[in-house]
Ligand binder design. Structure first.
Ligand code: ZN
Length: 272
């Protein structure tokens, strides 16, 4: 099979002081994205940072990165709707409405995050789902715990999500998310509706067991400094190192790394 690699380049939390290779400015994020695309990532998952390195939903920053990437590569762009805690619903969607990426995240429930709440109320998810449908953006439904799958089924039933849904298992999200173990992934995967596509990653050290389990179970993979800053014990990673290793794991297993065109086919994205 063809396996899609998503590169999660920056995130909202990873600190530059701990991960020196973290791309932070819009230009750095775009340049790192191009390197990852050349290394085999067909989806680039994007967050932005402000001048102090904090996660921001500033649409002008998204615009700068998106413009560079659209000019220089054919990667599928997947913009976060959750890059800054405690901001208005509008601010979490305005960059999506203006830039119309092919994909955007849809976190199917709320969960504690650090000192705050990663809040995804029914009201917000209903607005977000409708906004994605209206703008032709494919949701990536992020699943931090088992109940998020049944939540997504509810949103499908009420027309907020359109099947087949694409899921992203986010395992090991703090100590409130489902722990990042192969056993949990195996079980949760059985709960996906027929016809779904899915990808997975584990946070931190769990990225390796989840990477291998995902490939073995026929899923797609996500790697990047948003999720994990280490290549191996004591060796700091770059995004490209993580993408290149995912490609090797996929090929050694006997699969092929999906090109952006193949990823579009798999995910049902209309041709650009
Ligand atoms: Zn993200």
């Amino acid at each position: 099979m063809k396996t899609i690699i998503t590169a999660a380049l920056t995130g909202a939390v990873t600190s530059k002081s701990k991960a020196p290779a973290l791309p932070v400015t819009p230009k750095e994020i775009a340049e790192d994205g191009i390197r990852c695309w050349k290394a085999g990532a067909s989806i680039l998952h994007l967050h932005m940072r402000d001048e102090n390195g904090r996660g921001t939903m500033d649409k002008e920053r998204f615009r700068e990165t998106v413009n560079i990437l659209r000019n220089e590569c054919d990667a599928i762009l997947n913009l976060t709707s959750s890059g800054e805690l405690g901001v208005s619903y509008e601010r979490r969607m305005e960059h999506i409405i203006e830039l119309k990426p092919e994909m955007a995240t849809f976190d199917a429930g709320s969960i504690n995050a650090g000192d705050g709440i990663f809040d995804n109320t029914i009201e917000f998810l209903t607005m977000l789902g409708k906004c994605l449908i209206e703008n032709g953006v494919k949701p990536e439904v992020e699943v931090m715990d088992l109940g998020f799958i049944s939540a997504a089924e509810h949103y499908t039933k009420v027309g907020v999500l359109i099947p087949p849904v694409h899921y992203q298992f986010v395992l090991g999200f703090g100590f409130h998310g489902a722990p990042a173990t192969p056993e949990n992934l195996c079980y949760m995967k059985t709960k996906l509706p027929e016809g779904s596509t899915w990808s997975a990653f584990g946070v931190g050290a769990a990225h390796m067991p989840i990477l291998y389990t995902t490939v073995a179970l026929g899923g797609h993979v996500r790697v990047g400094l948003e999720d994990n800053i280490w290549y191996s014990k004591g060796v700091l990673a770059t995004n490209v190192m993580l993408v290149e290793r995912a490609g090797r794991v996929i090929r050694e297993f006997g699969n092929e790394v999906a090109t952006p065109a193949e990823a579009r086919e798999i995910l049902g994205l209309s041709k650009k």
